[in-house]
Ligand binder design. Structure first.
Ligand SMILES: Cc1cc2nc3c(=O)[nH]c(=O)nc-3n(C[C@H](O)[C@H](O)[C@H](O)COP(=O)(O)O)c2cc1C
Length: 169
């Protein structure tokens, strides 16, 4: 699939079939994630891959907006042990967001469906996810990406809006 096609086809999918996501596909998603850019190439990320049904169920209660059932979740976490120092540390959020978008685009390319469910900066949700996964104090969950074979297919779309573009000539 061309990059342009994947960009337009990528939509949030919230309904999945029960079919499991293959190890090959999981591997592809993780490779895509770690191909992303990061500030000073610090790669301050950790990826928790969950296919255990009990853990998936627990993750559904992380926030009001994570109630969907999916056969796979990848939780993208910032690892402050690998982040830039002091005021630059927050770049982990952008680094992990870039990795997340790569996962979403590769999922589209592979014919999978996925949705980015935000966790950080919701403190209560962060705490719940940290407890469920047994994260260290240095690891902050940015999101839960729910992934599976799609049972719905939202239309591809182009959201281009010329009013939001400012050419300085
Ligand atoms: C930071 C962030 C947090 C999001 N959190 C949730 C969420 O908790 N639950 C959910 O169903 N969708 C979530 N979404 C998906 C958005 O609702 C979705 O991207 C948006 O409505 C645009 O639709 P599209 O992804 O189909 O283009 C989130 C997206 C982003 C970027």
């Amino acid at each position: 699939m061309e990059v342009k096609e994947a960009l337009l086809k990528r939509r949030s999918v919230r309904k999945f079939t029960e079919k499991v996501v293959s190890e090959e596909h999981i591997n592809e998603l993780l490779h895509a994630a770690m191909s992303g850019p990061s500030a000073c190439n610090k790669k301050p990320w950790e990826f928790y891959v969950v296919s255990n049904k009990d853990v998936l169920k627990q993750l559904q209660s992380a926030s009001k907006f994570t109630k969907m059932q999916a056969p796979l979740a990848i939780i993208v976490c910032g690892n402050l042990s690998h982040a830039l120092p002091l005021k630059m540390a927050d770049y982990w959020i952008q680094d992990c967001s870039a990795a997340t978008e790569n996962i979403l685009l590769r999922a589209t390319d592979l014919g999978l469906g996925a949705v980015w469910c935000g966790i950080h900066p919701q403190k209560i949700a962060e705490k719940k996810v940290s407890e469920i996964l047994g994260l260290s104090k240095k690891e902050i969950p940015l999101n839960i990406i729910l992934i599976g074979h799609p049972a719905e297919s939202p239309d591809a779309r182009d959201q281009y809006d010329e009013k939001r573009v400012h050419f300085l000539k």
